[in-house]
Design a protein around this ligand. Structure first.
Ligand code: FAD
Ligand code: AMP
Length: 478
């Protein structure tokens, strides 16, 4: 029986990072991956590299360039006659990026001495892992430590069974070979909005059906309001809130969707329908009944703040445990677990995890929203700076949105930052670093920012917290 210091189950951003870090720390590591991707290669990189973060961003970047060329170049005096998009080439480019990155994980495993094993892992009692290979053969590994990183899958709902042709999940929505004339999206979450944007930019008439009455309830509502305005008014997305999908029927290659809103039952016919109603942990056939690791009724594995399960030496990280389903959250958990196995005192700051919606403008946030602080009775102060007042945003003709900084009213410590605007994902990272160092809004205000940059909007929002912004009229004067 092969024996390893660490056996990692799953090679997504949580698993492969845990495996590489553990190997760097001198441990003998195996990383199991059960999936084969559409290119016929092992699914190294998991959801993120194969059917998630990376391919979706590849399509978002292509389609953003298309929109700019179609609608925004003329203001610069650039004319683009007879613009066209080759959708098959766009998809092929995306596949090439996926292939490069997933192949890169294989190389990193080799370079770090991680043993990659293709097969499905199951945790047995006594820290053993049973591996079932594609040919049906079974091998059992012995492990000093096990890291479960089996990730997640799209949620399916009974009214709209996925056929990956007319009714697709997020994976199918990355594969359309022509632009659907009319596209339905169920769910106005991050994935629904990003994938709706991809196809809407190429000309699909996009209708988003969302059961909740509130738009993006988890994000700061001032930012959510702005986002809704931009997506609907400027970009033509038809976002219907309070619209719960209850049924569907395929008719002549189209899908007739039934949904219920405050006025009663309604129907809408689409050429394609993307079901983006969330993700669920991939926990089937993962644990033997007697292995001692427990999970909740939805299949999330129980862990403490250090990602330790109920069994000493068995850890779980990434989408299969509590917390936001984000690649970087899983990766950092992977690093923490590897370092703790090596005897280090690593810990993770769950209060400082950025989240982003990669629409254009991007929506990015870290820390607490105004709504959360109000509910918790925290005394806070707010500074807002609009990109319309940023010289760099104006030069780029990209002025929608704002930076909103929230600080503690007494201590001035930054409690949250919420951005909608160009490069919001990269801008918010500056505040993530500041928060990680316990920074106050004044600390950012006292920092020199290069001019002209979009970052100056972060600086000005921090100054605006105490009424010191230079390039807008401050509501509060100090
Ligand atoms: P996964 O990436 O799901 O990887 C788990 C791996 O384990 C899979 O390869 C699976 O085949 C394998 N596996 C499962 N069970 C077993 C087993 N028993 N034995 C062996 N192998 C097994 N997050 C972001 O942070 N930024 C984004 O921009 C972003 N965009 C996204 C866009 C889309 C369309 C989607 C669907 C997701 C996106 N996400 C994004 C979420 C991100 O992909 C996930 O949070 C991340 O992949 C989770 O990492 P993980 O390692 O926990 O699991
Ligand atoms: P997220 O979990 O952020 O990806 O968002 C998924 C969204 O899908 C949530 O906002 C849900 O309210 C929404 N949703 C789930 N089921 C339905 C349904 N049957 N009809 C419309 N929206 C739904």
């Amino acid at each position: 029986m092969s024996k390893f210091d660490v056996v990692v189950i799953g090679s997504g951003p949580a698993g492969y990072v845990a495996a590489i870090r553990a190997a760097q720390l001198g441990m003998n590591v195996a990383c199991l991956e059960k999936g084969i991707n559409k290119l016929g290669k092992p699914n190294f990189g998991g959801t993120c590299l194969n059917v998630g973060c990376i391919p979706s961003k590849a399509l978002l970047d292509t389609t953003h360039k298309y929109v700019e060329a179609a609608h925004d170049f003329d203001v610069h005096g650039i004319s683009t006659k007879e613009l066209s998009i080759d959708v098959a080439q766009m998809i092929a480019r995306k596949d090439k990026i996926v292939s490069q990155l997933t192949g890169g994980i294989g190389q990193l495993f080799k370079a770090n001495g991680v043993t990659a094993i293709e097969g499905a892992g199951k945790v047995l009692a006594g820290k053993k892992v049973e591996v079932t290979k594609a040919d049906g053969s079974v091998e059992t590994l012995e492990a000093e430590n096990i890291v479960i990183a089996a990730g997640s899958l799209p949620v399916e709902i009974p009214p709209t069974p996925i056929d990956q042709d007319v009714i697709v999940d997020s994976t199918g929505a990355l594969e359309f070979l022509e632009v659907p004339k009319k596209l339905g999206v169920i769910g106005a979450g991050v994935i629904g909005l990003e994938l709706g944007s991809v196809w809407g930019r190429l000309g699909s008439e996009v209708v988003v059906l969302e059961a909740l009455e509130e738009f993006l309830p988890a994000i700061d509502q001032q930012i959510a309001k702005e986002a809704r305005k931009v997506f609907t008014k400027a970009q033509g997305m038809d976002i219907r809130l309070g619209a719960r999908v209850t049924g569907s029927e395929i008719k002549d290659g189209q899908v007739v969707v039934t949904y219920t809103d405050s006025e009663g039952d309604k129907q809408e016919t689409f050429d394609k329908l993307i079901v983006a109603v969330g993700r669920r942990p991939q926990s089937e056939n993962l644990l033997s009944g007697d292995c001692g690791v427990s999970m909740d009724e939805r299949g999330f594995i129980f862990v403490n703040d250090y990602c330790e399960t109920d069994v000493p030496g068995v850890y779980a990280v990434g989408d299969i445990v509590r917390g936001p389903m984000l690649a970087h959250k899983g990766s950092e958990e992977g690093v923490m677990v590897a370092e703790r196995i090596a005897g280090q005192k690593a810990a993770m700051n769950y209060d400082c995890i950025p989240n982003v919606i990669y629409t254009h403008p991007e929506v990015a946030a870290v820390g607490q929203t105004e709504e959360q602080l109000k509910a918790d009775g925290v005394d806070y102060k707010v500074g807002v700076f609009p990109f319309a007042a940023s010289g760099r945003a104006l030069a780029a003709n990209d002025t929608a949105g704002m930076v909103k900084m929230i600080a503690d009213a007494k201590t001035d410590r930054i409690l949250g930052c919420h951005i909608i605007g160009p490069s919001a994902a990269d801008l918010v990272q500056q505040v993530v670093i500041a928060m990680e160092f316990g920074s106050s809004a004044e600390d950012i205000g006292l920092t020199v920012f290069g001019h002209p940059t979009l970052s100056e909007a972060v600086h000005e929002a921090a100054l605006a917290v105490d009424g010191h912004a230079i390039h807008i009229a401050n509501k509060k004067k100090r």
